[in-house]
Design a binder for this molecule. Structure first.
Ligand code: ADE
Length: 306
């Protein structure tokens, strides 16, 4: 199944897509740029061991109308049997600038560019987190793997949130079907995930984990405002490239370490530093909701006369 279109149409879509070149490889599988007539599309090819992520992402995109400027736009899904092998495809819009992680590695930012990235990222997360009633409604959705590699940069300088493979709704949590052998990214895991004090029966717990991870993304982005040091991932000075769960638990829970917010006296940057601290607070119940973060960013942007 896919975008609400009949299976025949979906299958036809996948057959019409030709893969051009691989733009990313990771633990999840591969992402290719593909073409569909005149359109560029992105094709994410999942490893078959990660079928649960493909199923969840396909389910969410096809049961919820998720059309938002700051959420990666879905085109369709396809499952093809090749002998004993199952090929799992997710077809979405293509963004030639790639992920925020790649973008921050490549370039420094102006404060305005930083603000466009942070505001649009929060706006995408706010849309995911918000329950909307009515015919065009949607349930609240927790993402559960927010990080700069799962945020894509659009050519207009805004970003959109990608990878709903771990996402959950309240119904998933209530039905106890939130488990996926895949875990979120350890570097971005919240203290309550790492010390296992999180109440996994409570849907709101997962929203608070997203806010913690968003705080780290705000830090990564704000750190690249020119003149800027080279890009670094969160906890670069404390955690090895592929940290274990226990490494991260010691850093984030036992030592309660956090990234050092940029030390820039400009009021916007002082405001950003305060905001990230309110996102990654040890106590999940005092972290700001996405709407509050958006309002704070809008105020910082309005008061910034460059
Ligand atoms: N990398 C992962 N997903 C992508 C997409 N949709 N467009 C461009 N690069 C990507």
């Amino acid at each position: 199944s896919g975008s609400g279109l009949p299976l025949m149409v979906q299958r036809t879509l996948a057959k019409q897509v030709s893969l051009c070149h691989c733009v990313g490889k990771g633990r999840y599988g591969e992402v290719w740029r593909g073409s569909w007539y005149a359109d560029s599309v992105a094709v994410k090819i999942f490893f078959s061991r990660d079928e649960a992520s493909w199923r969840r992402e396909t389910e969410i995109y096809s049961t919820v109308l998720l059309r938002h400027d700051n959420i990666l736009a879905y085109i369709g899904s396809d499952m093809t049997s090749r002998g004993s092998c199952t090929q799992l495809w997710l077809i979405t819009h293509f963004h030639p600038l790639g992920s925020l992680y790649e973008h921050l590695n490549r370039t420094t930012l102006t404060r305005n560019q930083m603000m466009a990235i942070c505001l649009s990222a929060v706006n995408g997360l706010l849309h995911l987190h918000t329950e909307i009633h009515g015919t065009q409604g949607k349930p609240a959705i927790a993402h559960r793997d927010i990080k700069s590699k799962n945020i894509l940069v659009k050519v207009n300088g805004d970003v959109c949130i990608a990878d709903l493979g771990l996402a959950v709704t309240r119904a998933h949590v209530a039905a106890g079907v939130s488990h996926n052998p895949r875990q979120g990214t350890k570097r971005y895991m919240s203290p309550e995930m790492l010390d296992q004090s999180i109440n996994t029966q409570c849907f709101e717990s997962f929203l608070k984990c997203d806010i913690y991870a968003l705080g780290l993304v705000l830090w990564e982005t704000a750190r690249r405002v020119a003149p800027a040091p080279d890009y670094r991932p969160p906890y670069y000075e404390l955690a090895a490239p592929d940290p274990s769960f226990d490494d991260m638990r010691k850093i984030v829970c036992v030592d309660a370490a956090r990234p050092e917010p940029p030390d820039d006296p400009h009021p916007t940057m002082v405001g950003m530093a305060a905001l990230m601290r309110e996102c990654w607070h040890q106590n999940p119940s005092v972290r700001l909701p996405a709407l509050r973060i958006k309002k704070t960013l809008l105020k910082l942007a309005a008061n910034d006369n460059s």
